[in-house]
Design a protein around this ligand. Structure first.
Ligand code: NAI
Ligand code: MG
Length: 498
């Protein structure tokens, strides 16, 4: 009996031997090389599916299709038609949501309690971009030149977009790249992560069903060093939208230099989450815990450096550790599971490596601290919620992105000090502040150098509110009006009227 049967999940026809191929120019095709790769369920180590492995030649074909579509009929499609298309995609995603959420769970491990909770987010994004499709416009600008000369701007789609995404939220990551592209009239070549390509492929089927024209969205699974690098370096790609590690982000920039393509980067973080003694601590304990333990810590903006005011440090950090121990870790298909496995063996090794480093550096594990095995977990990649106390700023576990369910808890004494220490990182993606003092909240909101500041909450996201990085967490914004601008060129037009 398979895990799915045991857990009585809906049957997923997509997983029944249907070939998983590349979507190029509206057709499902094999890789030019004929090669394939396997994707695994990280809760059990079992092979889930075999997927066509795209490479440079496939990327070339996909980019050519995207270019033809961009210059062809797609360029004449009116905003209202792009809007209807996005609304049809949203309706199809809604109808097939359980299946898409389950595929995310199977392919990358996040519990169903999380992936099915993403419904509002996934649908909200698609419908937001649908709304924005008919709300894009240039401006008329009064210039100061002598005589009668009129100036205005046009907003035009940048062209062919190479989208490269990670594995930590396949469904929403795919929508986050494809949605704005369709809204603005761009075309896309999407490379899903090799660890979790299935949801993007199933979504590709739904895109065709919704009537996305040939070549407008192409999906080429494959490895980063081959397919991803070919896309990032491609001469005929106008923009790369990348989400992933800062190290790969640096390679993307180098690869982009050939044709000076535009780049937007959403990279990692080591976000400070700052708890003042005056906060509602009963709310802050689960808030600070889930700021890291959600998705097993595999969230770029996770609040992994937990700064706690010294007078409540022991009590608060003890509470977070207790909360962490109370979370149910297990196979994500079990509806009771709150924390699933890490995505892969590689990620397990990386995270357990940091657990060892933390202990060697002298930090004290109040919860977790080593790999979780036993009770059907042995074949999976499980790490329990871990809380390190006695962490010093200079320790590696306080400086490097771990991307696992690991909190580094650090005491502080006053506000100036915590601002300085909170900002002493090369990253700047998320941040949290817990306080009942409104002036402290506003002071920190300005002082923290990060793209998001969450006060008395963590990880709130909305399609209308921009998200992105400062410093080495990248540049460009996703969500909000700014996101659409990332996919648009501004053209100035001058007309002499006399
Ligand atoms: P990665 O950045 O290497 O991979 C992300 C995507 O980039 C994947 O689709 C991959 O195939 C592609 N890629 C890899 N090398 C490439 C290249 N040379 N050119 C073009 N595309 C390339 O991240 P990975 O290996 O999955 O995870 C490593 C670490 O990165 C994690 O431990 C975590 O710290 C961080 N990370 C951050 C994410 C975020 O959301 N900001 C997401 C995933 C990982
Ligand atoms: Mg997988």
């Amino acid at each position: 009996m398979t895990v799915i049967e045991k857990l009585k999940l809906p049957h997923i026809p997509f997983l029944d031997g249907r070939p998983k191929r590349l979507l190029i120019d509206g057709q499902w095709v094999e890789a030019a090389s004929g090669r394939t790769f396997d994707t695994f369920n990280p809760a059990t180590g079992e092979r889930l599916a075999t997927v066509a492995e795209g490479d440079k030649e496939d990327i070339d074909r996909a980019v050519a299709a995207a270019r033809r579509a961009f210059e062809g009929p797609w360029s004449r499609v009116k905003p209202a038609e792009r809007q209807r298309l996005l609304l049809r995609i949203a309706d199809l995603v809604e109808r097939h949501f359980e299946e898409l959420a389950t595929l995310d769970t199977l392919d990358m491990g996040a519990p169903l309690s999380r992936t099915t909770n993403n419904r509002q987010r996934a649908l909200g994004m698609l419908r937001y971009y649908a709304g924005m499709a008919t709300a894009l416009h240039g401006e008329t600008i009064d210039n100061s030149l002598p005589g009668e000369i009129f100036s205005y701007t046009l907003k035009e789609p940048v062209g062919v977009v190479g989208a490269i995404i990670p594995w930590n939220g396949p469904l929403t990551a795919t929508i986050w790249k494809i949605g704005p592209a369709i809204a603005t009239g761009c075309t896309v070549v999407l490379k899903p992560a090799e660890e979790a390509p299935l949801t993007a492929l199933r979504l590709g089927e739904l895109l065709l069903e919704a009537g996305v024209p040939d070549g407008v969205v192409n999906i080429v699974p494959g490895y980063g060093e081959t397919a991803g690098a070919a896309l990032a370096g491609h001469w005929d790609v106008d923009k790369v939208a990348f989400t992933g590690s800062h190290l790969t982000g640096q390679k993307i920039i180098q690869a982009s230099a050939g044709n000076l393509k535009r780049v937007s980067l959403e990279l990692g973080g080591k976000s400070p989450d700052i708890v003042f003694a005056d906060a509602d601590l009963a709310a802050a304990v689960p808030g600070a815990a889930m700021a890291v333990f959600a998705n097993s810590g595999q969230i770029c903006s996770a609040g992994t450096r937990l700064f706690v005011e010294r007078r409540v440090y022991d009590e608060f950090v003890g509470g977070v550790a207790e909360f962490g121990r109370s979370l149910k870790v297990g196979n994500g298909l079990d509806p009771a599971t709150q924390v699933g496995p890490l995505v892969s063996r590689e990620q397990l090794d990386r995270v357990t490596g940091y657990l060892d480093i933390g202990q060697k550096e002298g930090a004290r594990a109040l919860a977790g601290g080593s790999r979780l095995t036993g009770e059907g977990l042995d074949q999976g990649y499980f790490v329990p919620p871990t809380v390190f106390a006695d962490v010093k700023d200079e320790m590696r576990i306080a400086r490097e992105e771990i991307f696992g369910p690991v909190i580094s808890a650090i005491p502080f004494d006053d506000i100036e000090e915590v601002v300085r220490r909170g900002n002493a990182t090369s990253f700047g993606l998320g941040s949290g502040v817990w306080t009942r003092d409104v002036s402290k909240a506003h002071r920190l909101a300005r002082a923290i150098r990060a793209g998001s500041v969450w006060v008395n909450c963590y990880q709130a996201m909305d399609p209308a509110v921009p998200f992105g990085g400062y410093k080495m967490s990248g540049y460009g914004r996703e969500s909000g009006k700014q996101h659409l601008d990332e996919y648009l060129n501004v053209k100035a037009v001058w007309i002499k009227t006399a």
